[in-house]
Design a protein. Structure first.
Lengths: 198, 198, 198, 198
DNA sequence: GATGAATGAGCGTTCATTCAT
DNA sequence: GATGAATGAACGCTCATTCAT
């Protein structure tokens, strides 16, 4: 499909240059089509950007939803989710950047798309937290913890880009340990292991 | 100093409008000087922005360094660091926005400044982790965990911008609990408390 | 004929939107054909517009020629001509607008078509004037007076577009009185009446 | 004044090409300045056009107001007005075109400027007509006759451009004869003469 | 014969940047 | 040292015009 090829180019350019610095000229160049075609297929620059965000958000959420194992214990669920997340980021650097970085700086229409995705992600984590009988987490608490988790994931993913020798699983396990065990346990030498090794 | 007054204006305008939407005209207006002076003192728009980032990053690192209590137990050190961080963000919204939100979306020259700051923060936390006798963390492990923590802090701070009704202490405590106790303890109802209440 | 249907659409669109705002897309849409066909039949946008002007000018001149009664006294001839003119304008707003309003504002190629029509109209009136035995009008005099009369008619017709509540006959009679009796008689209360009431 | 020189260029270009076909590039070229200066001095294209119309309308009305002799008989007043009008048009072809032709085709903001001027012109003529005791002209009648007169003047002025050998006074006298004496008198050989020759 | 799909060229507008004073 | 005035270079967007089918 033609739209697909254009959006790929747009995600590439947006993630490299940011919304404002990206020019429709460059996007159409990268896509290998003329500017009028770009407008015919995807509308204005803002519409194009919003569409990019929506598409990438959906792709990532689907990757995570596919990877997660909903019938397992909470820790296993979180573990599978993180693994899926790092797997996706590892293979879709541009997607992730356009999705999160860029979208959060441009106000207005884009905030909606991002809020949508964050809400879905937060719901997932919040569900995990409130599943457990003993954790009477408020909505605000769950939300903020989810935000922290997402940020930790993002930051770690970025760090990972500078240390590509580490496999995705190791990086994911490291974050899993941080958020599940906490530094408190870690400094005591207690670590969390995937279920197969328990 | 003349530079000081110009930079204050720049941080104000950049944080309100973002890098691209901010115009040198407006910055010079707010600074109360003419545009040629602006260029004479701070160079190009990009240089000015990079300088802003550098200055604000330094201010923040200093605030944290001042707040942290280096002779205490690791958890107290972390806690005091987090409190200082969220305290700074709460009182310097403009600094923080220009620093983080804007810088992270503009490609190229600015990433360097941001990476610098993140590296310094990561080093601090990594030192904390390796201080502890029982944690045989490799340098790589410590660094990645620190990266995750810093990211969680950044992300939570950003979330906080949209929920200003929460007091700084509450937000900091929430992150402290997450990273010290871990979800594993949290779902069991175990929480971390500041030293005065132990 | 295919051309006929296209030109009808063109006159409609041109008169509604003006030359520049009218797009070949809209004209082909209204005509119910594809754009390549539009170009095949009528050439460029400028050619199409010129053709519209020519067609509508011809239609109008024919309407007037049909309405005029050449064997009557000069005043009756003039009267019947004016009546025919205002009758045509009243029933062909679109024609008239595209013809006059639009054509007169676009420079260059279109002026020719308009000048042609005006020349033909002026010739008719000039002939009327020189018919009369007692008027030793030079060719130049007759032509200039005719030009003035035609302009008065055009302008009054345009004024009429903004005051559609007036019947065609009243407007025509008003111009007839002006050009036949003159202000000199009008301010004395002398008016001209159509022959049936003499 | 810099504005003056820009407006002269704008009137020139607008009158040659029409509102839409005129480009800001060409106007700035003709004015001998850069496009940003054009925008700095006169605002957007629409504002520039409106300003042109306003200026030219004012110039013309002043020329006529200066030429007219308000304490004379109605016919002398009209005569002096017509003479002033043709004098102005003879020396300001571009002004007149941008003023009348162009303004009447563009809707919206420009109509206001034009309506203003037409209202002032119509008032003058209507005052002439209603001055005379015997002419109980309604407002509508006066307005329409004034429109016709204006159109006749315009058309004759245009005809004049193709016959530049005729002096302004002769052309003005011809229109004076038409509108004061009417064809009825003219075909009988009765003509109107300026007061000095009566 | 007819068209869907494509584009070259241009427009109005803005802004970082720099002379002339 | 300081500035008002000026501009080169883009940018988002549109449209008359034409291939490939």
């Amino acid at each position: 499909m033609r739209e697909r090829q254009i959006m790929d180019a747009a995600v590439d350019v947006f993630s490299r240059l940011g919304f404002h610095a990206a020019s429709m000229d460059e996007i159409s160049d990268v896509a290998g089509i003329s500017k009028p075609m770009l407008y015919a297929y995807l509308g204005s620059k803002e519409e194009l950007f919003a569409t990019c965000i929506r598409r990438e958000a959906t792709r990532m959420m689907e990757a995570i939803a596919t990877g997660v194992e909903p019938d397992q214990e909470p820790d296993v669920q979180l573990w599978s989710g993180l693994r899926a997340f790092f797997g996706f980021v590892g293979e879709n650097r541009a997607s992730w950047m356009v999705l999160h970085r860029q979208a959060s700086t441009q106000g207005g229409p884009f905030a909606v798309e991002l809020t949508d995705m964050r809400t879905r992600a937060v719901s997932l984590v919040a569900a995990l937290l409130t599943q457990s009988t003993k954790a009477p987490a408020t909505k605000l608490e769950a939300e903020s913890l989810a935000a922290a988790l997402v940020g930790a994931g993002e930051s770690l993913a970025e760090w990972w880009l500078d240390h590509p020798e580490e496999p995705a699983g190791v990086v994911a396990a490291r974050l899993m340990n941080l958020v599940w065990m906490g530094f408190g346990d870690l400094v005591d030498g207690n670590v969390w292991h995937p279920p197969s090794r328990r």
